[in-house]
Each structure stands twice: as structure tokens, then as C-alpha cells.
Design a protein around this ligand. Structure first.
Ligand code: PEP
Ligand code: MN
Length: 337
């Protein structure tokens, strides 16, 4: 049972509601926030209890539900959420573009890319410091040194930083340097990690797993929302298919579907979705046409020399081309980029 509290509820009123929940023998009482409104989740709850809650002065509405995700849905919050990350506003009218290398490799590499990213008008820099690699022999990232480089270089160019956190015990460290924490596809159901990321209070970009159902993705987002962190951005990055020509299969319809189901912003990663630089721009344009709130794109000044994912990286000129074309498509669907 979810109890939606009135905006501006007083401390005394809140205490009254929480006390009634506890008196009703609720096994779990959890106050969280979606948008600006506090909510109370009460485990169980009979229809008599529902009526009792509805009569309390601080309560606006009570919903009986046992679905896997509620806070992520539009029942309590019909309007779109906007997640602010530096100067970027995910979920706003503007299609926000995040650009940067797969992995932070060196100061010079990052500075070169960041300069192109900033020059082309993007507002957020990406780059992995902790890299989830299939093989333990592959480049694993620079770790904390990579985080330092991201912060220094992003500040130099007035960009915000998004970077991946792989383990719950890394969350505080990554949050000291990043403006948004990325939960990678392989971690989408690492529930302790979701909770640790939520607790940092920083916005969280949650990537859909290569095998995630939409309901599973939303249930993972629910873990973060239920911990009181409402700043979640979802990212579609392709599903594993049978055809080896592309790395993954971009589920472009996931974008309008998610926008129907959830108030959370939805962005698309056309780089991991395709795995081939020549397919990144068409995939990105399809995503913007489908209503994506943003794009996450891998960029490298010298893709052939990249330590990871060079095959799918755009160079600076291609990235500038992507932004110009995305802006044209955004205009066609009454957005801007
Ligand atoms: C990434 O964006 O750096 C990444 C590893 O992507 P994914 O988790 O989608 O594979
Ligand atoms: Mn990558």
C-alpha cells in the first residue's frame, strides 16, 4: 500500500501518519520521495486501514498495489521528471548529448576528446575509470586516477561528468568526483550496488541489461527511488541478439514504451547498441525520432588506437556531424538539441 502525502505536510502530521502505519502492524514503513512529494510505503494494508489513512490530515491519496514498480510509474507522478546534471537537464525539452571515450586512458587523450565534446555543444563528458571488461586481461581502467582526470578535464571545459561505479564499496569514491553515477548493463540487477548508488544522493544513470525485460529495468529503478533518490535516468543500450554483424540489437521501441510507463528520462547509447562507428549516427537519429531524452556516445580522437571499444567510437568530426543531424531530427519532433 502506498500513501501519497500532501505537499508541505508538517512534521507533526507526518509523525501521525507514520505512527498509524506502525500501529497497524505494518512490517515495513518507508518514507520516500517521488518528484517533490513524500510517500509512505506500508507493507500489507487492509481496506479498513486504507480508509483510516485516507482520513488523516496529511494524506492526499492511498493506492493499493503489489506491482514490482510503482514509484517509477506515472500513477503518482504523471508529469515527466527532469534530472539536472551540471548544465544538462535530462527529461527537458532539450535532447542532452553525452560524449566521451569508452575509457579514460590519459590526460592528453581525455583533454582532446573533452575539447571536441564541449565545442560541439554537448554538456556532459563520459568516460570509464572502472571498466567492466569481459576478459580480465583487457584494459581495466585507471581507477581513481581516471576519476581525478575526469574531474579536472571536465572542469576545464565546463562539462559535467558521468562515470561507472561497479561495486557498492566504490560508490562514495565515485560520487566524490562524478556528477552522475553510471550503473552498467552488467550491474543492472546488482541490488546492493543500486542501493549504494542511491544513497550517495547523486543522479544515477541506469543502463538496461543486454537481457533485461522492461519490467525488470523499471524494478531496478524502483530500488533507487525507494531509497529516496528520485534522480534516475534510464539508458537503452541494445539487447543481445543472434546476428554477429552488430554487437547488440537496438530496441528503439523501448523508448516510447518506457516514456508511456515511466516519468523518468530515457536516453539511448547507440555506440554499445551497434558496436560499429558507421551505424552510430543512424541509430542515434532513430532514437531521437523515437523520443529519446538524450544520447550517450563514445568519442575518441584516434579510434584505431583506443584501449577499448575503438571499433564503435566516433572521431571529433563524426561527433560534430551527429550533433548537427540530431538537432535537425530533434526539431522535427518538437525538441531541441
Ligand atoms: C559503458 O557505457 O561504458 C559500458 C560499459 O556500457 P554497457 O554497460 O552498456 O555495456
Ligand atoms: Mn565502451
Amino acid at each position: 500500500m502506498f500513501v501519497l502525502l500532501k505537499e508541505g505536510i508538517s512534521e507533526a502530521q507526518l509523525k501521525e501518519v507514520v505512527d498509524s502505519a506502525e500501529a497497524a502492524g505494518a512490517a515495513e514503513v518507508c518514507v520516500t520521495k517521488t518528484g517533490t512529494r513524500p510517500m509512505l510505503r506500508v507493507r500489507g494494508g487492509s481496506s479498513q486501514q486504507q480508509t483510516r489513512f485516507e482520513r488523516l490530515p496529511g494524506v492526499e491519496r492511498v493506492l493499493q498495489t503489489d506491482g514490482p514498480w510503482v514509484l517509477a510509474g506515472r500513477t503518482f507522478q504523471p508529469e515527466n521528471s527532469i534530472v539536472h546534471v551540471g548544465r544538462a537537464a535530462f527529461g527537458s525539452q532539450r535532447v542532452e548529448i553525452v560524449g566521451g571515450p569508452c575509457a579514460v586512458e590519459s590526460l592528453d587523450q581525455l583533454r582532446e576528446v573533452a575539447e571536441s565534446v564541449a565545442r560541439s555543444g554537448a554538456r556532459v563528458l563520459r568516460g570509464g575509470a572502472f571498466k567492466p571488461r569481459t576478459s580480465p586481461y583487457a584494459f581495466q581502467g585507471l581507477g581513481e586516477r581516471g576519476l581525478e582526470l575526469l574531474r579536472t578535464v571536465a572542469d576545464e571545459f565546463g562539462l559535467a561528468v558521468v562515470t561507472e561505479v561497479m561495486a557498492p564499496e566504490q560508490a562514495e569514491l565515485v560520487a566524490r568526483y562524478a556528477d552522475m553515477l553510471q550503473i552498467g548493463s552488467r550491474s543492472v540487477q546488482n541490488f546492493p550496488l543500486l542501493e549504494a548508488a542511491a544513497r550517495t544522493g547523486k543522479p544515477v544513470m541506469l543502463k538496461r541489461g543486454m537481457m533485461s525485460e522492461i519490467d525488470e529495468l523499471l524494478a531496478s529503478a524502483e530500488y533507487i527511488l525507494l531509497r529516496g533518490n528520485a534522480q534516475v535516468v534510464l539508458c537503452e543500450r541494445g539487447l543481445r541478439g543472434f546476428d554477429r554483424q552488430t554487437r547488440n540489437v537496438l530496441d528503439v521501441v523501448a523508448v516510447p514504451l518506457l516514456k508511456l510507463l515511466t516519468h523518468l528520462p530515457v536516453i539511448v547509447d547507440p555506440s554499445h547498441a551497434t558496436g560499429r562507428s558507421e551505424l552510430v549516427i543512424p541509430a542515434a537519429l532513430a532514437a531521437v525520432a523515437a523520443g529519446a531524452d538524450g544520447l550517450l556516445v563514445e568519442v575518441h580522437e584516434h579510434p584505431e588506437a583506443a584501449l577499448s571499444d575503438g571499433r564503435q567510437a566516433l572521431n571529433a568530426a563524426e561527433f560534430a556531424d551527429l550533433i548537427a543531424k540530431a538537432a535537425a531530427v530533434a526539431t522535427a519532433v518538437s525538441r531541441s538539441a
